[in-house]
Design a binder for this molecule. Structure first.
Ligand code: 8LQ
Length: 473
């Protein structure tokens, strides 16, 4: 088998045949049943390793009465208790700074990174030299699958601080033998400078969030540059929904004249590209031999059959410093097992990851995801590119209001065109989502754009509830 060992020890000089679409043909195209057998054996090794090296996993599995040697099938593995983000935070609070799930000596840590969220105690990632190397090899392999090749320029347009996305893209590009350009994002004026540099460097690959790719295109146009002039071949995205949402994906592909590839799961699960589309396959493939993903019932943590929805639960098969074993994401997706156009035999998330279950809201009994609202608006000619979702409570009912920008063309046509667009949006919301939404059309450029992940939901219910409590109601 092509370098499929635990602990991994990749040959950094390896490259596939230049004509092969696969980095590791066997690993990527083997019969799924055969792969599953090998995954079960690997899970036992990874669990035994984690148990031997971490009080965290010892405690957790002793309490559950589970041992590595009990795992004889993927079904057996479903009984292993899940790891939550909160448990990782608690472990780090008690055993600072890396928690008692660190499975290597602290002296082996080669890079420190951390979660990029702004609320609560952040989590530190202590990544060993070996794991850094493994991540680079995994990402190079998946980027090869996207169609990127040695010598290509890869432009990383995302913040290079507390965001694993940028670092993962960077080291994948380096291992692939690309010209890696860690441009970054987030500083004032940086987007306009990105436009200049993209024009100069003409990269084959661009990494960012989908929201930022749209922002970058707007700024390019303001500077009088058509984004197609950048000559980008592949835009690969992570961090938020978008890359697998047809209206958004097609719009971005059209703007740049490039292919969009959706990837990314969670920073803790780096190599986070383990869920990623390929040059020929849309949505996200689950590269199960790198990180084993189960799409599971959010309550029972048991896998759901292919074709159904659930929350992804992830297990590292190649990490040795802070391996995550059955980490629950809290996201929602649905998975299928079909023949993939690229020939890889992995399960697939045809619509990517919809978003966090916590971000879902209920309007009169209907579940609504912010990404579904974005999908509808992006599909409407005349939409100006940004919106806000306001959920408020009137009487005992939740109400949904959407403020959506119209574009300059609609503005030039006048108030009738604006009204007509608002009516079309309302009709689409009720047709597709089954909910009534009040749509307010607002001027182009009303809302600030993001250079990271979009935050569009304004939840008025919290305000309502706190007022209600103060009144003693
Ligand atoms: N999330 C991440 N990638 C997503 C995608 N492709 N589609 C839908 N939602 C996605 C470092 C990588 O970019 C992964 C990452 O963003 O990690 P974070 O910062 O820990 O955020 C994880 C969350 O981003 C996931 O749980 C998804 O909700 C979302």
């Amino acid at each position: 088998m092509e370098e499929w060992n635990f602990p991994p020890n990749y040959n950094n000089d390896y490259f596939p045949d230049p004509n092969s679409p696969y980095w590791f043909r066997d690993r990527e195209t083997m019969a799924p049943e055969k792969r599953d057998e090998l995954i079960v054996a690997r899970i036992r090794e990874v669990m035994a390793y984690a148990y031997d090296h971490s009080p965290f996993y010892q405690r957790k599995w002793d309490e559950a009465g589970i041992k590595a040697s009990d795992i004889r099938s993927l079904a057996d593995f479903e009984a292993v208790p899940v790891v939550t983000k909160q448990e990782l935070r608690d472990s780090q609070a008690k055993n600072p700074p890396f928690g008692d799930y660190l499975c290597c000596p602290e002296s082996d840590i080669h890079h420190i990174h951390g979660t990029s969220g702004t609320t609560g105690r952040p989590t530190a990632f202590g990544i060993s030299r070996r794991d850094w190397d493994t991540i680079a090899n995994n990402h190079a392999r998946i980027m090869w699958g996207m169609g990127l090749r040695p010598g290509d320029t890869v432009f990383v347009a995302a913040i290079l601080s507390l965001y694993m996305g940028s670092w993962g893209a960077l080291i994948g590009a380096e291992r692939l033998g690309c010209k890696a350009f860690p441009f970054g994002a987030g500083a004032p004026g940086m987007t306009a400078r990105a436009v200049t540099w993209l024009g100069m460097m003409k990269p084959a690959g661009l990494y960012s969030t989908p929201s930022y790719a749209l922002r970058l295109a707007e700024v390019a146009r303001e500077e009088g540059v058509n984004p197609r002039e950048f000559g980008i071949k592949v835009l690969f995205f992570s961090g938020e929904p978008g890359g697998s949402i047809p209206s958004i994906r097609d719009k971005i592909q059209d703007i740049y004249g490039a292919k969009v590839v959706d990837c990314g799961t969670m920073a803790e699960l780096t190599p986070w590209m383990h869920a990623s589309g390929s040059a020929d396959t849309e949505g996200m493939l689950l590269w199960q031999d790198i990180v084993y993903t189960e799409v599971a019932d959010p309550n029972t943590h048991r896998r759901v059959p292919y074709g159904e929805q659930g929350t992804p639960i992830y297990t590292h098969l190649e990490r040795t410093s802070q391996p995550m074993i059955r980490m629950i994401s809290g996201d929602l997706t649905h998975w299928v097992m079909e023949d993939n156009p690229c020939g890889r035999t992995y399960p697939r998330l045809p619509k990517g990851i919809y978003g966090r279950i916590d971000d879902m809201f209920q309007i009169r009994g209907e579940n609504v995801y912010p990404s579904a609202i974005a999908e509808i608006l992006e599909g409407l000619a005349g939409y100006g590119g940004e919106h806000r979702i306001i959920i408020s409570r009137s009487g005992s009912m939740d109400e949904l209001a959407v403020q959506a920008e119209f574009d300059q063309k609609v503005a030039d046509k006048g108030p009738d065109a604006v009204r007509e667009l608002g009516e079309r949006a309302e009709a689409e919301f009720s047709r597709v989502l089954g909910v009534r939404a009040r749509v307010e059309m607002v001027e182009p450029d009303t809302f600030p754009r993001t250079d990271f992940k979009a935050q569009r939901v304004v939840d008025d219910r919290d305000l309502y509830q706190s007022l209600h409590q103060k009144r003693g109601g």
